[in-house]
Design a protein around this ligand. Structure first.
Ligand code: XIL
Length: 322
């Protein structure tokens, strides 16, 4: 049946949804409860929201999301402690010394992880720290102030604050860009292993296109992670059908291709070893709520529901992949 809840069919991993506090009611709430068993905060658990001013944390919105998840028997995946694109200005322009900067980051990570200890299942500790050009360290205030070891330090501080929470490194294009994936393997996975730095899993964001990576490619890159014995999170799935901006409305033809792509992604995920299974998270409920048009600058319809909360072919593709 096309309206079978995703979480009822995905029995070996959780199905996640990215959302914001303003959408935890009405039809959203009904669909969330029916379909998903994990939630990611689309922006309320980023540094610019949780730590807006030096010395002043604000967990109001993050708390509301966590409470919603707890009330509805869903896990919360914390996203994301350190991300260059959600770093508050006061941190970018930090006035103290490098040592003071590092202490500030340590305090932020430990305060946040401690607050949600036992409530949040997992954290994206560092998001998008490897660049797209050569798989090098992405330039950021964290790299400038703390050096290359900043990534490892953040994971250590998170682990010190909560011995049980699962710690993820998350990034985009990893399911097809081998140079970038090699950067992550080299600078995060292998480096952490050599130096005894805690790491539980890797998030492949999975912002892909209908004409995007083949199933073979996605499977090959996924295997490089699962072979390391790490958890695998497909953390932000959406499938663009208009990346070249040649459509003004979605066409049936593209929607069929989108469906196939979603099915392939789910098939690959479903086939990984049980010990690496974690969750497959979709980055938004319905097309008009997707981040793609505003950030990537073209119309698109990349999600599993249309603007009227109606299930799309892509939703059926998800079910067929299981
Ligand atoms: C995006 C959200 O969807 C937007 O609502 C927000 O304005 C900016 O961030 N990679 C990530 C996510 O890791 O946090 C981003 O989410 C999308 C790209």
């Amino acid at each position: 049946e096309p309206d079978t809840p995703l979480k009822d069919v995905a029995t070996t991993f959780r199905v996640g949804m990215a959302t914001i506090v303003n959408r935890l009611n009405g039809t959203h709430d009904e669909i969330y409860k029916r379909e998903y068993n994990q939630i990611t905060a689309e922006w309320e658990m980023k540094m610019n929201i949780m730590y807006p001013e030096e010395g002043r944390y604000d967990f109001t919105l993050a708390d509301q999301l966590v409470e919603y998840a707890q009330n509805n028997n869903m896990e919360i995946h914390g996203h994301a402690l350190i991300w260059h694109a959600a770093t508050p200005d006061w941190v970018v322009n930090f006035e103290g010394t490098d040592a003071e900067f590092s202490d500030m980051v340590e305090d932020y990570i430990k305060t946040t992880v401690t607050r949600y200890k036992g409530k949040v299942l997992s954290w994206d500790v560092v998001n998008e720290a490897i660049d797209d050009v050569g798989g090098n360290y992405r330039s950021s205030v964290f790299l400038d102030r703390m050096g290359e070891e900043y990534i490892a330090k953040c994971f250590q501080w998170a682990r010190e604050a909560d011995p049980d929470v699962l710690l993820f490194y998350n990034d985009y294009n990893l399911c097809w860009d081998r140079t970038k994936l090699n950067g992550v393997i080299d600078k995060v996975i292998t480096n952490f292993k050599t130096n005894g730095i805690p790491l539980d899993g890797i998030g492949f964001q999975m912002h892909i296109g209908y004409n995007g990576p083949t199933k073979t490619k996605i499977a090959e890159h996924t295997k490089l992670i699962t072979d390391e014995g790490l958890l695998m999170h497909y953390s932000e799935l959406d499938v663009k059908i208009n990346p070249d901006n040649d459509l003004t409305t979605p066409t049936e033809e593209r929607e069929f291709i989108q469906k196939d792509k979603v099915r392939e992604v789910v098939e690959v995920y479903n086939a990984i070893p049980e010990s690496s299974k974690f969750a497959l998270t979709i980055w938004g409920l319905k097309d008009d709520e997707s981040w793609i048009p505003s950030v990537q600058g073209h119309d698109d319809w990349p999600l599993l529901y249309d603007n009227n909360f109606t299930i799309k072919k892509a939703h059926t593709g998800f079910l067929e992949g299981l």
